[in-house]
Write a protein that binds this ligand. Structure first.
Ligand SMILES: Cc1cc2nc3c(=O)[nH]c(=O)nc-3n(C[C@H](O)[C@H](O)[C@H](O)COP(=O)(O)OP(=O)(O)OC[C@H]3O[C@@H](n4cnc5c(N)ncnc54)[C@H](O)[C@@H]3O)c2cc1C
Length: 570
């Protein structure tokens, strides 16, 4: 006899979404607060469209991930013609994202005329809902926007019509006209140490030609690629690098000079093609030459690191959403999971962590808007806030998705759930666009060269000055402690500074987060969740980086012993 399973017997809630914005009333309160209710009403259609795309993407992404891209190297006549073949669902994802203006709106004249001062907040806010399903394609989206930004902000005197045409293609919403972007920096010998790059640029008449290998090239079949290459006779290190735009179809046949050697077999972000490339006399257009190339590239890195941070909070958000829905429909020991004290406590910590890092990341996005509109203090703040937001959110995403997976249990370990893909995808977020170490050192450089910590402390104080009817004393004490520790750190030898910097960044990042939670809590509709998150995060150890209760520099002598003891030494 066949037993008919009743819902109580199955005990596995079915989780489906039609629109991810509809699942996020608190998110909507933030958008209203930050954008202004009137403006948000005007922009809501855009948010809603990409949030619907996010929901629709769930199944498409699962298939595009399982049946990832392949490389076809020859045509039917045996001629070498490298092409990346994508699953049709990936193209559908492209339509759901680019086709609904995920990049295009940020370059749209009518949008900019009304909303320039919130260009990035609106763009990242809506994109956040798409990224909750598809972190793979969010990378090409990031780079398409990033190439557009670099070309928009190229040095004066390079106003070529070609760049204007390229920007128009990057912003296109119809896939036929769209040129997607990419950024080829990393070479085989190392990604962090960009100054060691060896791909060369040579001049041939009025043209520039690139030669050499790039080792990690995401969105490898992109139409508009920014690449760093060593200028003829250029200085060693990053100073001698020029920044070039490579267009696949301009001049005709250029595509054939960009050899795709192979596609990477990656842990995650598998829907999107990452390859190894050789430039073979590839025609390139100089965007910024010696001494300027790497600096100009920073425009792209600033944006791409923010995309990375938004992808991190998006991945966390999706994992939480899945776990909370599951906990409301799954029973254990005669109770729903979300009634069990330990389960509730663990999830409350995760929701608090998400809320905290969400405010930090989007404050950084808002600072980019302020900076682009001429606010110099915001520009200084960004120098430290971007590496901080990227570093902290990337680590937190991996931790949070892993916790959410466990909170669901075995069913989240199975590929029918989105959690395995989220975990694999999120694992790249602390690595690409600069590892946590590299970002920590970047923040340290920003402090030492540009005094960017002053802008950060000023922003924390400003937030605290806006807080009413709440004792900010403990947080002020925490800020003083961070300031004192930085003063001590900066007096230490360079090696000790580096050892301690990561822990300091984590600590001050938490202080900044707490201040932002309090500031947002002053808005009535955000008050209760922000104060609740503040309370939890104030007493939680800061994030997931190593926390050392002693003096890290004092432990330096243990490093050699431990590192040598762990492997056979020749
Ligand atoms: C899926 C994927 C896609 C990618 N796509 C692109 C792309 O499209 N374009 C592109 O240009 N790159 C891309 N990358 C490369 C990525 O940006 C690099 O992997 C990253 O920057 C790190 O470089 P690396 O892997 O060479 O590690 P390395 O630079 O060799 O570093 C190895 C380790 O040493 C640490 N380290 C290095 N220097 C220091 C230091 N001074 N102090 C302390 N620790 C240090 C690093 O933190 C890291 O843990 C991609 C990578 C992945 C995984």
């Amino acid at each position: 006899m066949k037993i008919v399973a009743t819902p109580e017997l199955i005990n596995i809630p079915e989780i489906r979404f039609a629109n991810l914005l509809d699942e996020d009333p608190l998110g909507e309160e933030f958008w209203k607060h930050w954008l202004g209710a009137m403006r948000y009403r005007k922009l809501r259609r855009h948010f809603s469209a990409l949030s619907e795309s996010g929901a629709l993407a769930t199944e498409l992404s699962a298939r595009a991930d399982k049946q990832g891209p392949t490389l076809a190297t020859h045509d039917a006549r045996g001629m070498r013609r490298d092409r990346v073949v994508q699953h049709p669902d990936y193209h559908e994802l492209e339509r759901l994202a680019y086709g609904r203006g995920i990049v295009g709106i940020k370059y749209d004249a009518a949008f900019l005329a009304q909303h320039r001062e919130v260009r990035h907040l609106a763009g990242f806010g809506a994109g956040y809902y798409f990224a909750q399903s598809e972190i793979g394609l969010y990378c090409p989206i990031c780079m398409t926007d990033g190439v557009g930004r670099v070309l928009e902000r190229r040095p004066a005197g390079t106003q070529t019509p070609l760049y204007e045409t390229t920007i128009a293609h990057l912003a296109a919403s119809d896939l036929e006209n769209l040129w997607q972007g990419a950024m080829f920096l990393t070479e085989r010998q190392g990604g962090s140490d960009v100054g060691a790059n060896t791909v060369t640029a040579t001049r041939q008449g009025r043209r520039w030609l690139l030669n050499g290998d790039k080792w990690f090239c995401s969105n490898v079949a992109a139409d508009a690629i920014l690449a760093l290459a060593r200028m003829p006779g250029g200085a060693p290190g990053t100073k001698g690098l020029g920044l070039f735009l490579v267009l696949r179809q301009e001049p005709a046949g250029n595509s054939g000079t960009i050899r795709i050697q192979r596609l990477k077999d990656k842990l995650g972000v598998r829907s999107m093609a990452t390859g190894e490339v050789t430039f073979e006399n590839t025609v390139a257009h100089l965007v910024a030459g010696e001494n300027e190339g790497f600096k100009q590239m920073a425009e792209m890195l600033n944006l791409s690191r923010l995309y990375n941070a938004v992808a991190s909070v998006a991945g966390m958000r999706r994992a939480l959403l899945e776990a909370l829905k599951y906990g409301a429909g799954r029973n254990a020991f005669g109770h729903r999971l979300d009634e069990l004290p330990l389960w509730r406590a663990a999830m409350a910590d995760l929701v608090a962590e998400h809320l905290g890092i969400f405010t930090l990341v989007f404050e950084t996005v808002r600072a980019l808007d302020r900076s682009d509109n001429g606010d110099d203090q915001a520009r200084k703040l960004l120098r430290i806030a971007i590496p901080m937001a990227k570093a902290l959110s990337g680590k937190l995403a991996v931790f949070a998705v892993s916790e959410a997976m466990e909170a669901i249990g075995g069913n989240a370990y199975i590929e029918e759930s989105i959690l395995p893909r989220l975990l694999r995808d999120c694992q790249v977020l602390p690595i690409w666009e600069g590892t946590t170490h590299i970002l920590t050192l970047d923040a340290l450089r920003a402090i030492q060269k540009e005094g960017s910590h002053e802008a950060l402390f000023a922003r924390v104080r400003l937030a605290l000055s806006r807080v009413r009817a709440f004792d900010t004393g403990p947080l002020r004490a925490r800020l003083d402690d961070d300031i004192g520790r930085l003063e001590m750190l900066l007096k230490r030898p360079v090696e000790s500074q580096q050892r301690e910097a990561r822990q300091w960044l984590e600590s001050v990042g938490r202080t900044f987060t707490l201040a932002l939670l309090l500031e947002n809590a002053m808005h009535r509709s955000l008050q209760r969740p922000c104060l609740a998150a503040y309370k939890r995060l104030f007493v939680r150890p800061a994030g997931v980086m190593p926390v050392c209760h002693g003096d890290p520099a004092g432990l330096a002598d243990t490093e050699t012993v431990l590192l040598r003891s762990a492997i056979r030494n020749e």
